[in-house]
Design a protein around this ligand. Structure first.
Ligand code: HEM
Ligand code: NAG
Ligand code: NAG
Length: 338
């Protein structure tokens, strides 16, 4: 049963007002010195950038169905750790650990796809398109290729010179987090409860590859699971984990795991969300619970909110505007070494 809420309408009105204010503010130059992103950023310098990215994405996705979900997840991890600056893509060096080795990354994939896209781009327009923009465009293509919405991507991001494993461990949400914690982590990035609920809908595609991410929920340990999980769903997941151990995989959305649709929210209504962080949106949330119901009923509202939230997430900037940045030549290694 979803949390009952009072004053829901007032909250929505306030949010709409805040969103309207924020969007008018976008027209002004950023006081922190960040350049505005624009859709036309590469129109002169690399007019084929978007078609190159799309065709490499299609080639990889045809060969490996994991590609599109993996790229979408990579973009989220990039943006949440000190802004969308491609820091997630850097390999470790002698003097720097890699975000790839941070705890929440354990099963990230798709790095080779981004490296492949980048090397094709370098042939057409050398040293022009940043890896952070490649990831933003590839994530948009991934969603569209899975049957989801598409949108114009704002461009002009720069690539970081370094990565931070400590920030990756600290700034990425954990699958066992409570709703309050999720709200706090999204808020730190300027994302509200509506963004959180819509962006979590990315879990309508892809798989979890590690039972550790949801074991407490399916075994009802540490206050997780219990009434908030359908017992037959819990039994199904336990069976898979016990049979296959560290090879166990579980789709987030059981019925259409390869289709970007609103079925994730229908699963949450049935208490068949995989992670605690998924299910809490419905069982613990007031505003988020109402949104889950809305999205489950109306896929167009979900698509519209998801699109808007992806643009917002793609606008998360590195926290310090003076952070040195560049256009990397290879996405897994910085051009400049300290
Ligand atoms: C709300 C907080 C979130 C948490 C705690 C979370 C956590 C996770 C976890 C634990 C996995 C499974 C990893 C594995 O076992 O392989 C996963 C997969 C995934 N996540 Fe999230 N996630 C969150 C939000 C997001 C967002 C905002 C997006 C994108 C907009 C996203 C996109 C994905 C995708 C597409 C997959 C499937 C990847 C694959 O199939 O390889 N997640 N997430
Ligand atoms: C970064 O690491 C990956 C995987 O370990 C490897 O395939 C890739 O070649 C490395 N990149 C560079 C530029 O060395
Ligand atoms: C893809 C990747 O680099 N995964 C790493 C994430 O972190 C774990 C644990 O630190 C590593 O063992 C993985 O190789």
């Amino acid at each position: 049963m979803a949390f009952r809420c009072k004053g829901g309408v007032a909250w929505v009105a306030l949010l709409v007002a805040v969103a309207a204010l924020a969007s008018t503010a976008q027209g002004f130059p950023n006081p922190f010195g960040h350049e505005e992103f624009t859709e036309s950023y590469y129109d002169e310098t690399c007019p084929n950038a978007q078609s190159i990215i799309r065709s490499v994405m299609e080639r990889h996705a045809a060969a490996d169905p994991r590609t599109a979900p993996a790229i979408l997840r990579l973009f989220f991890h990039d943006c949440f750790v000190n802004g969308c600056d491609a820091s997630i893509l850097l390999n470790a060096t002698d003097s720097m650990e890699s975000e790839k080795d941070a705890e929440p990354n354990a099963t990230l994939a798709g790095f080779d796809v981004i490296d492949g896209i980048k090397s094709e781009l370098e042939r057409s327009c050398p040293a022009t398109v940043s890896c952070a923009d490649v990831l933003a465009l590839a994530a948009r293509d991934a969603v569209a290729m899975l049957g989801g919405p598409s949108w114009g991507v704002l461009l002009g991001r720069k690539d970081s010179l370094t990565a931070s494993i400590d920030m990756a461990n600290k700034d990425l949400p954990n699958p066992k987090d409570s709703l309050a914690e999720l709200i706090r982590m999204f808020e730190k990035n300027g994302l509200d409860e509506r963004d959180l609920t819509a962006l979590s809908g990315a879990h309508t595609v892809g798989m979890a590859h590690d039972c550790k991410n949801y074991d407490d929920r399916i075994y009802s340990r540490f206050g997780q699971g219990g009434d908030s999980i359908d017992p037959s769903f819990a039994a199904l997941c336990r069976h898979e984990c016990e049979q296959k151990h560290d090879k166990a995989t579980a789709p987030f959305d059981e019925r259409t795991p390869a289709k970007f649709d609103n079925a994730y929210y229908v699963d949450l209504l049935a208490r068949r969300g995989l992670l605690t962080s998924d299910q809490e949106l419905y069982t613990q949330g007031c505003e988020t619970g109402d949104l889950v119901k809305t999205y489950a009923m109306n896929g167009n509202v979900f698509f519209a909110d998801f699109t808007r939230a992806m643009v917002k997430m793609g606008n998360i900037r590195p926290k310090h505007w003076w952070t040195p940045a560049e256009v990397r030549l290879k996405c897994s290694v910085a051009n400049t070494h300290y």
